[in-house]
Design a binder for this molecule. Structure first.
Ligand SMILES: Cc1cc2nc3c(=O)[nH]c(=O)nc-3n(C[C@H](O)[C@H](O)[C@H](O)COP(=O)(O)O)c2cc1C
Length: 173
């Protein structure tokens, strides 16, 4: 048992890095909000990843929010290395609003980040990015909240993924 599995299930995201023909995508579970104002997110990326070098090179990354429908592509980008793997997926890269790193057309949302810090902790680098642009599918986030029918993807264990149930629970009597 890997002790970090005790924090699972976790959401799964896609990290886009690089530009033009260098543009690359990897899967990442270890993503979180770091600050609301300014809005900042962090991601832990192991130094061996092609993504790691591209984030260092361009000082940017895009966090894309996949749906369950993208699972096969999530698996390809989460198990293979470098931009060539994108040819094995149906991922369409589209220009971002603010940063030079593209976003993913099929994603539920794309958060465009400029790196403000990159620090090594153990065997990963924690990249913190300020979110300088974003786009999302209206039907996935109506009224400022997620629509669970959009099938947000979460990761249970290495090969096992889940999505959220439709039932809503509210605290209190
Ligand atoms: C669901 C899933 C989640 C992952 N989460 C992370 C993560 O948070 N950080 C990380 O460095 N690698 C993570 N990985 C591994 C990378 O996605 C994988 O090594 C990928 O092939 C790296 O691609 P690249 O070398 O093209 O950058 C994850 C893989 C999967 C399948």
């Amino acid at each position: 048992m890997k002790p970090y599995r005790l924090l699972y299930p976790m959401r799964t995201y896609l990290i886009v890095s690089g530009r033009r023909e260098e543009a690359n995508v990897m899967a990442a579970d270890w993503v979180t909000i770091v600050s609301a104002r300014p809005f900042m997110v962090g991601v832990a990326v192991a130094p061996g990843r092609v993504t790691h070098g591209l984030i260092r090179k361009y000082g940017e990354f895009v966090v894309s929010v996949p749906s369950l429908e993208m699972l096969d592509d999530v698996w390809v980008v989460g198990t293979k290395h470098g931009p060539k793997k994108l040819g094995e997926t149906s991922i369409t890269l589209v220009p971002s609003k603010v940063v030079g790193t593209p976003g993913i057309k099929e994603a539920l949302a794309n958060l465009e980040c400029r790196v403000i810090d990159g620090r090594d902790y153990g065997d990963h680098t924690w990249f913190v990015g300020e979110v300088v642009g974003s786009s999302y599918r209206e039907e996935a986030f109506p009224d400022d909240s997620p629509n669970l029918e959009a099938n947000f993807l979460a990761h249970a264990s290495w090969t096992d993924f889940v999505t959220f149930g439709r039932r809503i629970y509210r605290p209190g009597p």
